[in-house]
Design a binder for this molecule. Structure first.
Ligand code: HSE
Length: 316
């Protein structure tokens, strides 16, 4: 039986403009690889942290992966412990769901080393516990798509009620990451505690229309609905050039463009891969005009979420 397992956990776009804290989509262009090793001693410790980010917390109580894994271990009530090592493929503070991916990868790998069967639904609360360490809050918009894949709408968390929303095959997601860091906690602190009822009504209409557009494969309706009227106005100032980049995406034919999660990355949905290349190029050029270097990707919305990639007996 394997005593060391590696999981791949994909990046994700939180909020997807219309569903602050409740909607998110998986990506297939980058992700974290999380390796969990069974230890005889109890507890959870951190092994190595490598890849695009190496300065993550090494205190087990502060790292999203170890907190998620500890929560799972407590639920499983096993005597043995775990060591968790993270190979970060997702840049930190990018708005691409990096903290969620480490937490999800840890529970998917850890569950493979536990007795019994652990369906993804049962792993969700533990991954959320890990993600909460990074953002200071429980929000499922990155964890759910990272775990389940696709586009996920979380109606409620206690008990979890997660709805998988179909995405038309032609949809591509463009991602452009400016080379700067925005801490999710800082981006959440920008938001008001209350919003006007009229704004909530308008945003509800957009979320409902967006989901209907996805089910009906009505890309024109998706294009009319993919707007953030309540959060983006408060966060746009965190990304210099935001309005110009968004305008460039929309002028190039994007169905919608907004912050990916808490930013600073922007995402845009397009009708097809050719449109995606054009939109990506225009967004990158717009950032260039603001003297901002970027990374950019184009991804379909993959139906698969986190999964095991390596399983073996450890060398020790
Ligand atoms: N939904 C959260 C936010 C996290 O916008 O603050 C996004 O990654």
């Amino acid at each position: 039986m394997a005593d060391q397992v590696t999981a791949f956990a994909p990046a994700s776009v939180g909020n997807v403009a219309v569903g602050y804290d409740v909607l998110g989509s998986a990506l297939d262009v980058l992700g974290d690889r999380v390796t969990v090793r069974r230890l005889d001693a109890p507890g959870v410790r951190i092994g190595t942290i490598t890849g695009r980010v190496t300065d993550l917390p090494t205190t087990p109580e502060q790292n999203t992966a170890s907190v998620a894994l500890s929560s799972l271990r407590d639920a499983a009530a096993v005597d043995h412990g775990f060591e968790v090592s993270i190979e970060k493929g997702i840049p930190l503070g990018s708005g691409l769901g990096g903290s969620a991916a480490s937490a999800v990868g840890a529970v998917v790998a850890g569950a493979a080393l536990l007795p019994g069967t652990w369906p993804p639904e049962d792993l969700l609360p533990h991954a959320l516990a890990g993600e909460a360490v990074a953002s200071g809050d429980w929000h499922p918009d990155n964890v759910a798509p990272c775990l389940f894949g696709g586009l996920q709408l979380t109606r409620a968390m206690d008990p979890p009620d997660v709805v998988s929303v179909p995405v038309p095959d032609r949809i591509r997601c463009v991602l452009v990451r400016p080379h700067r860091v925005v801490a999710t906690q800082e981006a959440r602190a920008c938001l008001p505690d209350h919003i006007p009822l009229a704004d909530a009504v308008r945003q509800s209409a957009h979320l409902g229309a967006f989901v209907a557009g996805c089910y009906r494969e009505d890309l024109a309706l998706i294009g009319r609905a993919l707007r953030d009227l309540i959060v983006e106005p408060h966060r746009a100032a965190l990304v210099p050039g935001f309005a110009d980049v968004q305008d460039a995406a929309m002028d190039a034919g994007a169905l919608g463009c907004s912050l990916s999660g808490a930013g600073p990355s922007l995402f845009a949905w397009t009708d097809g891969p050719d449109e995606a290349e054009h939109v990506r190029n225009e967004m990158v050029d717009a950032f260039d005009r603001h003297d901002t270097a970027t990374d950019a990707w184009i991804s379909p919305i993959p139906s698969q979420g986190a999964r095991l990639v390596v399983s073996r007996a450890s060398e020790t």
